[in-house]
Design a protein around this ligand. Sequence first.
Ligand code: KG4
Ligand code: ZN
Length: 332
Amino acid sequence: MNVNILAIESSCDETSASIISNGKILNNIVATQSVHEKYGGVVPELASRAHQQHLIPVVQEAISSSGMAKSELNAIAVTLGPGLMGSLMVGVSFAKSLAYSLGIPLIGVNHMEAHIMAHFIDEPKPSFPFICLTVSGGHTQLVLVKSHLEMEVIGETMDDAVGEAFDKTAKLLGLPYPGGPLIDKHAQLGNPLAYKFPISDMPGLTFSFSGIKTAILYFLRDQIKENPNFIEEHINDICASVQYTLIQTLMQKLKKAAKEYQIKEIAIAGGVSANSGLRRELEVLAEKLKWKTYIPKFEYCTDNAAMIAMAAHYKYQQSEFLGLDASPEARM
Ligand code: KG4
Ligand code: ZN
């Protein structure tokens, strides 16, 4: 029997739908919300409204481009959390209604687990157990992945996420949201050793990114006092130096985790895994430490429903279904 699942993602500021058929992703439709650009961050109320506006057109496009009828769907999957409550509500309410009206099961997916499951969309796939550095706008985690359904967080941030550090630095530099990709772009033209910022040294596998954020703030304030045009004149070097520091902080802990758990299968996932400097540094370490590394395709780094569909495929096989009274969980 064919198993066709429609997956929906609405946890933050991307509205996305994807159809997976017998474990193969057929499409991945994403509507990005540009409304947040000028605010320097996601405005929850505006995100919920935009999801509510985009969701049905995005789902319609996923269904029609799959060549399938709604009646051929076997389950509806949706991100249950973590994320913005109002945004999650839109996706979960819609997914429940659709599952109810079609008389098919509902599957709830953890957004962070799904970022990791993006590695099972295409070849080469990591083998178990592997370590995944999951880096997004809301999370920075080291995850020990034991199977498709079994994962253990072995390290995480005690304050800001690394994506947040990228976005907040961008805001200080007057760049629009999301600033991560723009810092990446400027960094490619700058000198990573031009300015020195502190690399946090937390115990064990714990990350911290609030110190560097404050260091950048004071650094810019002092430089602007001397030269009001400092940012415009040195933006490439500033971005390259900040990015270098953030990547070194991540890599220090990743190396520590790999050594501690004696694992050489290493993956990265989440929005920040799109960063060109991080991808390059991982290749360098792979060569040096004989790691086998897994880097997702760009379209599966930032938020998308294909990764939700992939996670749902494994849950369907285990009949891990939700009741129709399920609620989203902002902190999962
Ligand atoms: O996974 P994601 O799309 O959403 C969350 O689950 O949070 O990650 C979004 C984050 C944002 O902080 C964004 O600035 C960052 O990923 N990001 C990047 C790059 N592309 C996206 N950060 C650095 N370099 C990039 N190229
Ligand atoms: Zn995400």
